[in-house]
Design a protein around this ligand. Structure first.
Ligand code: C2E
Ligand code: CA
Ligand code: CA
Length: 655
């Protein structure tokens, strides 16, 4: 935990680590310090002792008592001076020295006091003087024992040193009253020892409990701000570090915020498992830490996103830093025997140019990152105010789509594909619909590309396929369902498993599932694509070539892959550009289809004239608003039921 945390946090961590050994030491120090608290009680004790011995000496006129009084006064004065001169700062004096200083003063005071009291007995001072001294000495002994319970040895030592001379004197005199005094003191001492230890244990336990809870609070503090996988700061840790840094920063301070997202990290997780994914994250984290300056805070925001906050960093510094971070992340990562190459997209926002507070800085760095991804990933984008509203809207859609999937705002509708000879429904094409609670219906053309860019299409696509298969399993056996697949979905690891899962779960015969793919799929010659199509064709799943005529017109792949259907794009059927030329194209496609034994579907049929036209051109199947729009599953089932109760008619409108 080096560079990721600012200095004060690190200090906290270090103290925290060394804390366990230090608990007893600190507790001991606190206990010893209780010796010095409440100096007023010490002063009262000193005053009573000094004044009573002075009075005793003056009344009885014994030289020994005068001497004792002077010695006691000197000791009291020395103790007061020592207490006042003791360094206030804790670190300046050791616990042992603190204890020893007190000990020497306390013991000599107690012994002198006890001896003076004993002397009044031995010298047979007037009864009043004896009472004054013995009472004072014993009171002092008992009181000091209670007061100094934080250090039981000192407390009991003081009591013993006061009592012993009195006991010796009492035994020596031997009168019944003195024997009674002796016995009283003998009983008093064990009672006081027990009381002292009781108080000491209570004191020590409460100090230890307070220490432990302080330690626990520190631990929680650190944990709440740390990302467990990488040891970096988490979102809360970053917020704390940024707030702290900005609090002490000058008004015109330059600050840079880097928002880093690993490209296609989900694939690493899916292909190699989460433990490998975690190790990759930890490695990226340590590289970022190494490359970031000491003053920076490096944080991980869940998933594969990292944020680096660098105070005192201008545009030039941040450009250099961004390219260093790219280079570090791209270096091959070795996990066991695997060599992994990771890439990242970076968004950067600078303070004060791109925002004056943390929130706008974060928002703009995030937007810049989004732009970097839209531009094709593996690059850095600096925030620029011209980053369009379009981008903001796309970003919004992405966030909302993520939530929509969880909130069940999406549904799958079904549009019939009709046999142009008999008018019967042969297939339903599954089309996703999004009914946003505030924005109303959002068009798939708008959100499907966003889902593709963000990788959300994988979750969404699997969900749509599962819904479609489930619905189709309820329909008569001669009706199939067609599902649109985007290229990304097909190339993703586990794509085949997604389809197989939907089939297994619904119990649908694979022959009744048709997958619609577009020509763009064949733009790059990916082995994943051929593998996907071959594996699923082998179990009977059918393939249709969607939007035919809009793409790249390299017909090679039509021969290579086992398509069952070609869907002629609706721009050839309806719309402003339809004419002789498009009719000729349809005829050519139909001819090709006949040779290759493929069915030809005409998309986007809106009028009866168009039905006639495509039928005359040789299309066998038709789809479009003329027959029906996409409808919810229960209406699709109704259309089928209705159709099966009616005599077969020619190309009729069913919607
Ligand atoms: P597509 O695959 O070509 O789907 C046919 C689109 O044409 C649908 O639009 C359908 O409602 C529309 N359409 C059908 N008949 C007519 C007609 O007579 N006239 C006109 N003007 N349009 C007609 P939709 O549902 O808005 O979908 C648009 C595109 O979004 C789809 O084009 C497909 O590329 C994509 N899409 C829709 N649903 C999904 C899905 O579940 N997964 C994926 N990957 N893409 C989807
Ligand atoms: Ca389609
Ligand atoms: Ca189409």
């Amino acid at each position: 935990m080096a560079k990721s945390w600012p200095l004060n946090l690190r200090r906290k961590l270090v103290t925290f680590r060394g804390r366990s050994d230090a608990v007893s030491e600190r507790a001991k120090r606190l206990l010893v310090k209780t010796l010095y608290t409440q100096p007023s009680t010490l002063a009262i004790g000193a005053f009573c002792g000094v004044s009573s011995t002075a009075i005793a000496a003056w009344v009885s006129k014994h030289d020994i008592l005068y001497l004792g009084s002077v010695i006691l006064t000197l000791i009291a004065a020395a103790r007061i001076i020592a207490a006042l001169k003791l360094p206030r700062e804790e670190e300046q004096i050791s616990t042992h020295k603190l204890e020893l200083t007190y000990e020497v003063g306390a013991y000599s005071y107690a012994l002198t006091f006890g001896t003076i009291a004993a002397a009044t007995i031995a010298l047979a001072a007037p009864a009043g003087v004896e009472v004054l001294m013995v009472a004072n000495a014993l009171c002092y002994g008992v009181a000091i024992c209670a007061r100094n319970a934080g250090s039981p040895v000192i407390a009991i030592g003081q009591l013993a040193l006061i009592c012993l001379p009195i006991m010796v004197a009492a035994a020596w005199v031997g009168s019944p009253a003195m024997i009674a005094l002796l016995i009283t003191i003998i009983l008093l001492i064990p009672a006081m020892i027990s009381i002292t230890f009781n108080v000491f244990h209570v004191l020590r336990d409460s100090i230890l409990a307070a220490e432990n809870s302080a330690q626990l609070a520190d631990k929680m503090w650190v944990l709440a701000r740390t990302d467990v996988v990488t040891g970096l700061a988490n979102r809360a840790g970053l917020n704390h570090a940024m707030a702290e840094a900005l609090m002490v920063a000058e008004a015109d301070a330059k600050v840079a915020l880097f928002w880093i997202d690993l490209d296609r990290f989900k694939e690493v997780n899916d292909l190699m498992g989460h433990p490998v994914g975690d190790r990759v994250l930890a490695e990226v984290a340590s590289r970022l830490r190494d490359v970031a300056p000491e003053r920076a805070t490096v944080a991980r925001f869940g998933g594969d996103e990292f944020v680096v906050f660098v105070p005192d960093c201008d545009r030039k510094d941040s450009e250099r830093l961004a390219s260093e971070m790219h280079a570090e992340i791209m270096r091959v990562i070795r996990v066991d025997s695997e060599r992994l190459e990771v890439r990242a997209s970076l968004g950067v926002a600078l303070m004060p140019d791109d925002g004056h507070d943390i929130d706008s800085l974060m928002q703009n760095a995030d937007l810049a990152l989004y732009q970097a991804k839209v531009n094709g990933r593996s690059q850095t984008c600096f925030y620029d105010p011209s980053m369009s509203r379009d981008l903001v809207r796309r970003r919004e859609i992405e966030d909302e789509l993520r939530a929509a999937i969880h909130r069940d705002e999406l549904s799958v509708f079904f549009q019939p594909i009709v046999d142009l000879e008999t008018g019967r429904i042969k297939t339903f094409e599954a089309l996703v619909r999004w009914f946003h609670p505030e924005k109303g219906e959002l068009r798939p053309d708008e959100f499907i590309p966003v889902a593709e860019e963000s990788g959300l299409i994988l979750t969404l696509g699997n969900w749509i396929t599962a819904q479609a298969a489930r619905a189709c399993a309820q329909w008569p056996e001669d009706v199939s369902v067609a599902v649109n697949l985007s290229p990304l979905q097909i190339r993703a690891p586990g794509a085949v498993l997604g389809i197989l899962g939907a089939l297994r779960e619904s119990g649908l015969d694979p022959k009744r599932l048709e997958l619609e793919v577009t020509e763009s799929l064949f733009l790059d010659d990916s082995p994943a694509t051929s593998h996907f199509i071959e594996e699923l064709s082998a179990i009977g799943v059918r393939f249709a070539l969607d939007d035919f005529g809009t793409g790249y017109s390299s017909l090679g792949y039509i021969n290579t892959f086992p398509f069952n259907k070609i869907k002629v794009d609706r721009s050839f059927i309806s719309g402003p550009n339809v004419g002789k030329k498009s009719e000729a194209i349809i005829r050519a496609v139909v001819e090709m289809g006949a040779t290759l034994e493929m069915e030809i579907v005409a998309e986007g049929i809106e009028t009866v004239e168009q039905v006639e036209a495509v039928r005359n051109a040789g299309c066998t199947l038709g789809q479009g608003y003329y027959f029906s729009r996409a409808v919810p599953d229960y209406l699709a089932a109704m259309l089928l039921a209705q159709e099966r109760n009616e005599p077969i008619g020619m190309h009729r409108k069913i919607g």
